[in-house]
Design a binder for this molecule. Structure first.
Ligand SMILES: NC(=O)c1ccc[n+]([C@@H]2O[C@H](COP(=O)([O-])OP(=O)(O)OC[C@H]3O[C@@H](n4cnc5c(N)ncnc54)[C@H](OP(=O)(O)O)[C@@H]3O)[C@@H](O)[C@H]2O)c1
Length: 278
């Protein structure tokens, strides 16, 4: 499938004035991806409502509205979806809970009587890698596509942040573990946010072309690069794990080399976050 370039936000013609004037609810609007989506939509003058389980931090003067709610219990979700023109669903409970959470979100929309555009973020390879989290994400895609509402679904590869976080989480170990024989194609979360914001503006598009980072790189090498950028000296130990999940990773089920549309490389991501020496 052909990759479509992000469209500009002044293109309200596709969605019609009414939807463009209504707030966009960003679930997970405090997370790695969601907060970038919020920033991009706000910067273009769209009214945004952030959904979080926490109350709005004191002193937060950003130009968005805030809804406190929990997709695991349903508390606050009816109020959060009230009157929205679109929902960018970036919340994740990192587990099977995502299926029930997405169902709760869709049920609340139905109760509200509105018909917002659901923009959903998923992961490349959810139908190829039999990882329990991916299976749940695949189920969430089906809920979104089957909700009877206008929808768009984007699958992205792993964010640069995730690759770095896996290394940083091991900072107290004498060695750093990496997945042997596994490559990743990390993508910049900001670029994924750009794409999601463009989907909000462009209107319902169904399943859009996958989005991957610019380079496919061995996990060992990515790990070494991260350690170097952090100034940490550690041996990297490749782990070759058994089972269907890791076999699927080794076979590259989570990669999309034909859609290497991200521009920011992992090295550039690291460089932007490493304080200059001295
Ligand atoms: N990370 C990756 O490499 C990657 C790659 C491709 C796709 N994705 C997908 O992108 C999405 C966002 O990932 P991320 O890495 O940005 O996630 P993240 O940083 O872990 O953020 C998760 C967000 O979900 C919210 N959340 C968690 N439980 C919730 C609940 N019960 N009710 C309401 N909100 C809840 C959190 O908000 P509060 O804590 O404020 O409540 C937080 O904002 C996920 O769907 C993920 O599958 C991620």
């Amino acid at each position: 499938m052909e990759h479509r370039e992000p469209v500009e936000f002044d293109d309200a013609a596709n969605t019609g004035r009414r939807d463009a004037d209504r707030p966009v609810l960003v679930t997970g609007g405090t997370g790695t991806l969601g907060r970038r989506v919020v920033r991009r939509l706000s910067a273009k003058g769209r009214a945004v409502r952030v959904l979080s389980r926490r109350p709005r931090p004191a002193g937060d003067r950003e130009p968005y509205d805030w809804a406190t709610g929990d997709l695991s219990t349903g508390e606050g979700i009816d109020a959060a979806v009230e009157g929205v023109g679109a929902i960018v669903h970036c919340a994740t409970t990192i587990g099977r809970g995502d299926v029930a959470a997405t169902r709760r979100l869709v049920d609340a929309v139905r109760r509200s009587g509105g018909g917002p555009h659901l923009v959903h973020i998923s992961i490349v390879g959810v139908d190829r890698v039999p990882f329990v989290y991916y299976r749940a994400k695949l189920a969430t895609e089906r809920i979104v596509a089957g909700a009877g509402l206008p929808w768009s679904i984007l699958r992205a590869t792993q964010f640069h942040d995730l690759i770095a976080r896996i290394v940083d989480a091991q900072r107290r170990l004498p060695v750093t573990l990496a997945l042997g024989g596994v490559r990743f194609q990390p993508v910049d979360a900001g670029e994924v946010a750009d794409r999601l914001a463009a989907l909000v503006v462009g209107g319902p598009a169904g399943r859009v072309p996958d989005m991957g980072g610019p380079q496919v790189r061995d996990h060992r090498e990515l790990t070494r690069t991260t350690l170097r950028a952090r100034g940490r000296r550690r041996p990297v130990l490749p782990l070759r794990l058994p089972g269907a999940v890791f076999r699927a990773y080794r076979e590259g089920g989570h990669l999309t080399p034909d859609h290497a549309v991200g521009r920011v490389t992992y090295d550039e991501y690291l460089a932007a976050r490493t304080p200059p020496a001295g």
